[in-house]
Design a protein around this ligand. Structure first.
Ligand SMILES: C[S@@+](CC[C@H](N)C(=O)[O-])C[C@H]1O[C@@H](n2cnc3c(N)ncnc32)[C@H](O)[C@@H]1O
Length: 492
C-alpha cells in the first residue's frame, strides 16, 4: 500500500454512440486546452466510461464545456466491482484524513479498492449545503422505490444539509453498470461508481441544432452531433475563421459558429446557396422565401459570425496567389457522387473560348470531378490556406472491405492526426479525417488524393440506392397484394 500525491480523480461518462470518435474528440480537446491527463485505468474501447486524473476541476469543466460525446463528469469518491466494496471504500475514506488517495497495489489494473481523502466528502457535508443523490443504472431498470433503497444505504455519510431536489449545492451520483448486453443482464452490477457531479457535456446542443427544426436544410445536411464533432476536431475557438469549401446547406458552419468561429463557405451549386433547390422536407412542395444559410445562423443566434458564402468551384483557387487570408480551419463534407454529383467547371473541347456576346448570360458547362482529384485539390488548398498548426477536417467515403490507412489522401505539409469511422451500411462507411498543418508548402508540393474511385465501386458493389430500394419495396408490396387477392379469390 502506498500514498501518492494525486491530481483530482474523475469519472468521465460518455454517450454510447459514435464510439469510434470518442478518443479523437477527447484528444483534440485535451490538446486544444493544453490539459495533461493520466488514465487511472486503461480506457476500455466499448465501455462508456473512463477513470482519469487531471490537474484541476477547471480542466474537466473545460472538457465538458466542449465535448459532444461526454455525458457528464463526476469527481470520483469510490469505484468498485461489488456494492459491498464500494461502501467499504467510502467508509474507509471517512477515516482518511490525509489529502491523498490511498491506493493499494491492484492486481487487475482496476482502482476498485482505492480510498479517497475524507476532505472530498467533508467539503459537501456542512449544514448549510443542500444535496441530493441521483441513481443511474446502465442496462437495467429500477423502480423509484428500489432507487430510494439504494440511496438509503449511503446514510452513514451523514450529510447535515437539507435534501433539495431542484438545484441543490451538491449532486451526488451513484452509478451501477450492468454491462452492454441488454439480452444478457447479470443479477449484480459489474462496475459501481460514487462521487460528486461536476459538469454535463454538450449533449443538449445536439437537440438545439436538430435538423427537424432548422429553417434551411438540404438532402445532405450533416447530422448535428457529427457536425459538432467535426468542429471540435477543428479545435475552433472564439474569433477563429473557418471555411467550408463544399458548404451545401451550411451545417458545418452552424457547428463552427456555435464554438465561436467566424464562418464562410463556397459551393458550386447556385440554387443551393440561394435556398432554391427542391425542398427536402417530407410534404414540402416549394421552398419558403426565408430559407438560407444566413437564416440558419440567425435562428441560432450566430448571425454576427456569418461572413458569407460564395458560388465557386473548389477545383479552382478562390483567391489570387499570395492574397488568401489565413484560415484557422477548413472543415467540410465533399460530395461523394451518390446523393449529389461530383462536378467541376470545365469543357471537354480543347482551346474553346466563349464569344464575348454570350458571356453575360453564360452558364458554365461542368465535367465530372474524380474524388481522388477532389481530395488532392482540397489538401492543397488546406496546405496553402491554413495558418500553421491549424486543421483540415474532412469526411472521406469508402467501401469498408477496401479500407487501408495507406490509401488515405496525404500532403507533405499536413499530418493526419485523427481518423474515425462512421459505418453507413454493411458495405460502406465514411471517415472523419483530421489533418494538422505542420509547415508551409515549399514551391508546388503535390497532394496525393488517395486511391479513390468510391462512386464507381459503390455502384458496382450491389449497394442499393434509395430510389432502387423504394422501387424494390413497391414491387414487393404489389406482388404481396396480388398474392393476397388470389388467395381471397380462391377462398370465396
Ligand atoms: C455533401 S454536400 C455538403 C453538405 C453540407 N455539409 C450540408 O450540411 O448541407 C457536398 C456539396 O458540395 C457541392 N459541390 C459539388 N462539387 C463542387 C465543386 N466542384 N465545388 C464546390 N462545391 C461543390 C455540392 O453542391 C454539395 O452542396
Amino acid at each position: 500500500m502506498h500514498l501518492r500525491k494525486m491530481w483530482p480523480r474523475y469519472l468521465l461518462w460518455f454517450a454510447q454512440e459514435h464510439v469510434d470518435f470518442r478518443h479523437a474528440e477527447m484528444q483534440s480537446l485535451l490538446s486544444m486546452f493544453n490539459i495533461p491527463i493520466r488514465y487511472v485505468e486503461k480506457p476500455c474501447e466499448v465501455k462508456p466510461y473512463w477513470v482519469v486524473e487531471v490537474p484541476s476541476e477547471e480542466c474537466v469543466r473545460k472538457l465538458a464545456s466542449r465535448s459532444v460525446l461526454l455525458k457528464n463528469c463526476i469527481e470520483l469518491w469510490s469505484r468498485a466491482k461489488t456494492e459491498a466494496q464500494l461502501h467499504q471504500n467510502l467508509k474507509r475514506a471517512m477515516q482518511n484524513s490525509t489529502d491523498q488517495w490511498i491506493t493499494p497495489k491492484s492486481e487487475n489494473g482496476v482502482c476498485d479498492q482505492d480510498v479517497c481523502p475524507s476532505g472530498l466528502i467533508e467539503a459537501c457535508r456542512p449544514v448549510d449545503k443542500s444535496f441530493k443523490v441521483e441513481v443511474e443504472t446502465f442496462c437495467k431498470h429500477f423502480s423509484m422505490k428500489e432507487k430510494v433503497e439504494k440511496i438509503e444505504k449511503f446514510d452513514y455519510l451523514a450529510f447535515e444539509g437539507p435534501v433539495k431536489l431542484k438545484k441543490p449545492d451538491t449532486v451526488l451520483s451513484y452509478i451501477e453498470f450492468y454491462g452492454l448486453e441488454p439480452n444478457n443482464v447479470p443479477d449484480e452490477p459489474e462496475d459501481l461508481f460514487f462521487g460528486r457531479w461536476v459538469a454535463d457535456g454538450q449533449r443538449e446542443v445536439i437537440q438545439q441544432h436538430s435538423l427537424k427544426k432548422r429553417t434551411f436544410i438540404g438532402n445532405t445536411s450533416m447530422d448535428p452531433a457529427l457536425a459538432l464533432l467535426a468542429a471540435n476536431q477543428a479545435q475552433l475557438q472564439d474569433g477563429d475563421i473557418a471555411l467550408d469549401p463544399f458548404v451545401g446547406s451550411g451545417s458545418l458552419l452552424v457547428a463552427a459558429a456555435h464554438f465561436g468561429a467566424y464562418v464562410c463557405g463556397t459551393d458550386i451549386d447556385f440554387l443551393m446557396l440561394h435556398g432554391r433547390t427542391r425542398p427536402t422536407r417530407v410534404g414540402q412542395k416549394v421552398r419558403k422565401k426565408e430559407e438560407s444559410i444566413r437564416a440558419n445562423m440567425v435562428q441560432y443566434g450566430y448571425g454576427a459570425r456569418f461572413l458569407d458564402v460564395v458560388v465557386s468551384d473548389s477545383s479552382r483557387p478562390l483567391w489570387r496567389r499570395g492574397r488568401a487570408p489565413a484560415m484557422d480551419a477548413l472543415l467540410t463534407d465533399p460530395p461523394y457522387g451518390i446523393r449529389e454529383p461530383t462536378e467541376r467547371v470545365g469543357i471537354e473541347r480543347e482551346s474553346y473560348s466563349l464569344p464575348a456576346a454570350q458571356r453575360a448570360q453564360h452558364v458554365p458547362a461542368k465535367l465530372p470531378y474524380a474524388l481522388a482529384q477532389l481530395y488532392r485539390d482540397l489538401l492543397a488548398a488546406a496546405a496553402a490556406l491554413l495558418a500553421p498548426g491549424r486543421r483540415l477536417v474532412a469526411w472521406y467515403p469508402l467501401l469498408r472491405a477496401e479500407y487501408s490507412p495507406e490509401q488515405l489522401p496525404s500532403h507533405p505539409c499536413l499530418e493526419l492526426v485523427a481518423n474515425s469511422e462512421q459505418v453507413l451500411s454493411r458495405l460502406t462507411a465514411r471517415r472523419l479525417l483530421t489533418y494538422e498543418k505542420i509547415r508551409e508548402p515549399d514551391g508546388d508540393e503535390a497532394a496525393d488524393g488517395g486511391a479513390h474511385n468510391f462512386r464507381e465501386k459503390y455502384f458496382n458493389s450491389g449497394e442499393e440506392t434509395r430510389r432502387a430500394r423504394k422501387e424494390r419495396r413497391a414491387r414487393e408490396l404489389a406482388a404481396y397484394l396480388r398474392q393476397k387477392e388470389i388467395q381471397n379469390a380462391q377462398l370465396t
